[in-house]
Design a protein around this ligand. Sequence first.
Ligand code: AHG
Ligand code: MN
Ligand code: MN
Ligand code: MN
Length: 335
Amino acid sequence: MSSKFDSNAATLSRFVMSQTNDHDLVILLNALAISCKLITSAVQRAGVAKLYGLAGEVNSTGDDQKKLDVLSNDMMINALIHSGVCSVLVSEENEEPIIVPPAYSGKFCVAFDPLDGSSNIDCNVSVGTIFSVYERKPGSHGSVDDLLRSGAHCICAGYVVYSSAVELVFTFRGGDVHGFCLDSTIGEFVHTREKMMFPADGGKRIYSCNEGNAVHWDDPIQEAVEHFKTAEQPYTARYVGSMVADIHRTILYGGIYLYPADAKAKKGKLRLLYEGIPMAMIIEQAGGIASTGMFEGKIQRVLDLTPNEIHAKCPIIMGGKRDVQVVYDQYAKHG
Ligand code: AHG
Ligand code: MN
Ligand code: MN
Ligand code: MN
């Protein structure tokens, strides 16, 4: 019988339980989902609750913190500490790593960007949350060294986009990428996208970057973007300015997202631990490429980078193979 009501809802918790026997991991993902529901509530009520505007502080990578950055960060920290399964937390909004008190300490280490795209908060445009999860090294009681490891050690990663709908996209290392929509009538993330993959034919030709930085880019990046504009089948430009929203569209529709290193920002702008690595894992496991472009003399996989500090930055060239190849071709042409 068809009905508007699902008597067998495929929730995120059910999905996670079907994928792992590790109960602590189930608890962790439940805590992450709860924090994203709390952030959903804050984002959706931001105008009513007078949560627009600046908090008055600057974070460690030089961003002016918004009230909603700080509130979202508190929501994640409290949920993760009280989950009892984390030992170290790293957040964009905290200069130092948070070492969980022994009474609550567990085996996981989580890096997160509590609110991505905070320049879009006050005009009610899509924002997001990004997270990556690691396990403590054998013998460690939880220190920053457990997180200062390459993307190969990341055991799962996800993002949430707060937009016309709220959607959580998640993958375990080496697994498929899955999407879950928040059904506000039951307060649960429900499995809506099975095995997300870049469109097999490359999909839409879309390039996504802050072209206001073009004057600082190196020649290959400038010429790749010029190619996108002048190719026989020209590309369309789309740039939300929230990485989560731009990457979500790139996976679903196809295209390329660029935040390259440039003469002004030699390591790019985005942060490796809580923006680069989780998004790279999702992009690669959805069949795309996650590259640094030219960075410190060579083109590298983002997942091969090891952060030398928790707020380390990395350049990002991510997208479908057809479109990232355009950038590679320009690097090859320029030697
Ligand atoms: P955050 O709001 O978490 O600090 O991240 C901002 C990032 C990312 O979301 C976005 O893609 C990029 O900064 C936008 O930067 P520009 O404003 O320089 O284009
Ligand atoms: Mn910020
Ligand atoms: Mn961000
Ligand atoms: Mn942020």
